[in-house]
Design a protein around this ligand. Sequence first.
Ligand code: DHE
Length: 541
Amino acid sequence: VQYLYHPPEEVAEQTTSVPEEPSLTGEVPLLSEEEFAWAKQVYFERCAGCHGTLRKGATGPALTPDKTQPKGTLALASIIFNGTPRGMPDWGKQGFLTQEQTEIMAKFLQMEPPAPPEMSLEQMKQTWKVLVPPEQRPTQPQTTRNWQNYFVVTLRDAGQVAVIDGDTYEVVAKLDTGYAVHISRMSATGRYVYVIGRDGRLVMVDLWPEVPQKVAEVQTCYDARSVEVSKYKGELGDFTDRYAIVGCYWPPHFVILDGQTLEPFKIVSTRGYTIDMEEYHPEPRVAAIVASHFKPEWIVNIKEIGQIWLVDYSDPHNPTIKMIEAARYLHDGGWDATKRYFLVAANQSNKVAVVDALDGKLVALVDTPAVPHPGRGANWVDPQFGPVWSTAHLGDAAITTIGTDPVGHPQYAWKAVREIALPGSGSLFIKTHPTSPWIWVDMTLNSDPKLARTICVVAKSDPTQPYKCWEVADYGRATHFEYNRQGTEVWVSVWGTADKPGQTGEIVIYDDRTLQEKERIPNLITPTGKFNVYNTVNDIY
Ligand code: DHE
């Protein structure tokens, strides 16, 4: 794994610091300056995603000194080395950290969290580059390839995305992007891809030239996970390919940008008060964002305060925002099949929140097993309960299925109607296609190496148990599914080790009807999320 993230020194000096925690009287272990700098970097890369930059907790528990000091160095180091059944990775056992390094991390966690820098619009603009201006771009596709069946694939530890032709399986381009790219989303026409790195760097790729090409880039924060585009076209105007939005973890804000050039022009802070305690939170991070098909609106999930914001982008310099109270630690989610209801995991509350995007209100909070993690979820028709949406779980060996049809099946709507047992927990993603007979699920983060590379399919015709589970490779972990445009193939990623030749990672392609393996695309470095152009534009899952 390469450590590429270093906030520029000059930015660090302009820090507007977050109020410090009251200092504690307990004995705080000391670290050398060098150890502290190393631990700070490792914390950002490995830990902040789950525990928060200010360590106030989210997917993982709070790690502020009042919580960590009573545990002490040995107990903390042991957790960091060995992991926990609820999803804390075993950084020592996996070989990422030595015993000695886990102790440095344990000591770092007992010290006050250092306050990271803010970022102004001016600073973002200094990083903004238009590589190919809109007027110099092709006016129609230059490629003869079926570009709407391209897959944009995250090559996480290479800091790249690969564009792969879904018809021929050829790697059409590999493009340098941000550090540890998290997701890609397509513009409403499908022509542009917006790729967000964990380092907040947004890269825009044009799929129309002969070879896909980067056309603009900008950094909007130091830590980000989500990006979305404006998709609405209707009575209120045509907003297709007009705007992009990036959701940041640090600083906690979202940024609206020009969809053609990536010029950032509006920052909205998400700092505010938690829904349950009405307590100030200095780091409410932006989790999943989806674009409504019914209104010029983005649905923006503010993780730590538990609010779902409906952001009207029809006047994006002066956006109207409706703040809906849901549940804490909102994370990932997707639309129901009608695209009227958005379902999102509130992962540490063990709930799925359901928002009606048409009426702009919360319709339900559905209880689930531990730590629901749907990706975007899976929509299908259950033989007993009618239209449903499903999520897998990080903390439990189960798929939960929620009724989504308040008109045809009101008795099941917004209730957890079915639980399907899996061989293990640690699932990250679940996927299906409207024409598929199957629901696909992984167990990527299971601590048993065999289960971590095992995937299962459940038959929609008999969803009481998995129909079949199998190991996708003889090394690594299997993760994330995507269908081709026709819905006839499923692509699964295998993570290997970036510096192990032959085992860096690959994509395995299955025939979705027979479940037979069709093809392997080898020698990809930690392939992770795969986003088919047509399916991403049309929110097909
Ligand atoms: Fe993700 C989606 C956050 C760890 C791969 N991830 C998301 C989304 C969020 C998020 C908020 C929803 C984006 C959207 O829809 O707008 N992810 C986080 C974290 O905070 C977390 C837990 C820890 C971290 O430090 O980042 C985390 N995620 C991971 C991984 O370890 C994964 C497996 C590989 C990696 O990137 O390191 C990973 N996350 C993904 C993928 C998606 C995603 C592939 C998109 C799924 C989709 O089908 O849309």
